[in-house]
Ligand binder design. Structure first.
Ligand code: FAD
Ligand code: MLT
Ligand code: ZN
Length: 472
């Protein structure tokens, strides 16, 4: 069957876009974290939706599973094939055309393989902001962002990828092309197919293009780092900023002392400009379309109020763009520092803000009691209630041995606390293969069965990214 597939796919793509040699396939078979490595019959590089549709039709005919792939930066192994060597990887990087920037409608229509950073740059040239922003923006692609419903650092003001999406073009499991490329802000014609495909991680359809919202580019931005002593005051600070700055508040990120210590270990030039290693360092950003002076004045008055009410103990306002960028680099380098340190155990969770303090206090206590010396690399998009509550073994210990022995109980401990606080075990990274069991255990029986029913209805042959998100 595999030779039949390869012969037939040769009628759809030219040979240079069908990778079958190990050396050519290797870069597509291991995820960014190097946690998953799979095998593939072939890696296919289509140039347009018609080619994608023809490939998926062939997959359906030959019962070949297909793993859609963008930048392969996902954290849950969703874009990595299994070990059978029978699946094909369909990487969309050649589909990187911007079809249209519609100035009057404030939208962009683009292909799934466009790299996020290039979208930000291209739209900025025309005076627009494309607000999706995350550490992997130099290599992740909009198709992958949509398929994972990625979050990032601007969700507080602009929402996640789902909120930015108005229309999609999708190749179905039967190899049909659904054209939903309408840039409409209202469309109540029955079930929302777009929302079904967003966040489905390649298990229901292959996203080939999208219409996304654009916003006016802010003209002034002020960034500050502040020190807080505990989570209760950090949340009070968030509420204060929300009340005073309202929609001008575009970033509210939290980094613990332990996270920044790891940063400094691997990137010594990323020292925290706040003195005395505060327990929590908060990065806050205000953006506006009015003058620089207006935003700065607002920021200073809120910080003054925060000092007076004892919510913060120190603050540094970035004096220029390069210092503001260095604050953001410090935040974004935590993920890179963790990767250098060794394979950590990741938790990407959301907790209602009202329970966040309780969650951290209780989970920290349980974790430290059970695993003495453990490092809790807790940081994240606190404004969204989204913590990256990552766990690294004690300094100097063997990561592999620790993870092998403790991965399951560590996840169980965290997820039990998440459940007690009515939170979610995946805030923005998705499910992939990493959280397949977690989803089964924590989504709830009814919701899990409904998800399986949707998968069966849309992909009855189970050829689209099987055993990711849900197993049927
Ligand atoms: P991939 O990893 O290639 O794929 C992800 C999933 O989507 C897979 O299941 C794949 O099968 C599916 N898929 C890909 N393309 C398509 C398509 N066209 N159609 C259908 N399915 C498809 N994530 C956040 O949410 N917030 C962050 O702040 C964040 N920060 C990060 C920082 C770093 C340094 C790194 C390495 C990653 C970070 N991520 C973050 C995770 C990751 O970048 C996002 O999940 C991103 O959206 C994945 O895009 P990708 O193109 O790399 O997708
Ligand atoms: C980030 O926000 O930097 C990533 O999503 C977090 C992570 O590395 O866990
Ligand atoms: Zn994140």
């Amino acid at each position: 069957m595999s030779q039949i597939f390869l012969d037939e796919v040769g009628k759809i793509l030219s040979p240079q876009y069908i990778l079958v040699n190990d050396q050519d396939k290797t870069p597509y078979l291991t995820d960014w974290r190097k946690r998953y490595t799979g095998k593939a019959l072939a890696v296919l590089l289509p140039a347009n939706a018609v080619e994608v549709a023809a490939i998926v039709k062939l997959c359906a005919k030959t019962n070949t599973a297909v793993v859609p792939q963008g930048g392969h930066t996902g954290f849950c192994g969703g874009a990595t094939p299994d070990n059978s060597g029978k699946q094909v990887v369909l990487n969309l990087k050649r589909m990187n055309q911007i079809r249209e920037i519609d100035v009057a409608n404030q939208t962009i229509s683009l292909e799934a393989g466009c790299i996020l950073q290039s979208i930000q740059d291209k739209t900025a040239e025309q005076g627009f902001l494309f607000p999706l922003s995350l550490g992997a923006e130099g290599s992740c692609m909009i198709g992958g962002n949509l398929a994972t419903n990625a979050g990032g650092t601007n969700v507080l003001r602009y929402g996640n990828t789902r909120d930015l999406c108005l229309g999609l073009e999708v190749v179905t499991a039967q190899g049909e092309i659904w054209n939903g490329m309408k840039g409409l802000r209202k469309d109540n014609t029955g079930y929302d197919l777009r929302d079904l495909f967003v966040g489905s991680e390649g298990t229901l359809g292959i996203i080939t293009a999208a219409v996304m919202k654009l916003y006016p580019l802010p003209i002034s931005q002020w960034t500050t780092l502040v020190a807080t002593q505990d989570i209760a005051s950090t949340i009070a600070l968030l509420n204060l900023f929300q009340q005073r700055a309202t929609s001008l508040l575009t970033g509210f990120e939290m980094m613990t002392h332990e996270s920044l210590a790891l940063n400094e270990k691997h990137f010594p030039n990323m020292a925290n400009p706040l003195k005395g290693n505060p327990p929590y360092t908060i990065l806050i950003e205000l953006s506006d379309h009015e003058s620089e002076a207006h935003v700065k004045q607002l920021l200073e008055s809120i910080l003054e109020e925060a000092f007076e009410s004892g919510l913060i103990s120190d603050a540094v306002i970035a004096s220029n763009l390069s210092q503001a960028n260095s604050f953001w680099h410090m935040r974004e380098h935590i993920t890179l520092a963790q990767a250098q340190e060794g394979a950590n155990l990741k938790h990407d969770i959301t907790i209602p803000l009202s329970s966040l303090d309780r969650f951290i206090q209780e989970t920290d206590k349980l974790m430290r009691a059970k695993y003495p010396g453990i490092r809790i690399i807790n940081f994240g998009h606190l404004g969204d209630g989204n913590l990256h509550y990552n766990i690294a073994p004690p300094e100097g210990s063997d990561f592999k041995a620790f993870n092998l022995a403790n991965e399951k109980p560590v996840h169980e401990l965290v997820y039990a606390q998440v459940e007690l606080c009515n939170g979610s075990i995946s805030a923005e990274h998705g499910v992939g293969q990493l959280k397949l069991d977690g989803l089964r255990a924590h989504k709830g029986e009814v919701a899990h069965e409904l998800m399986k029913a949707v998968k069966r209805a849309l992909d009855p042959q189970n050829i689209l990214n099987p055993h990711k998100v849900v197993s049927i």
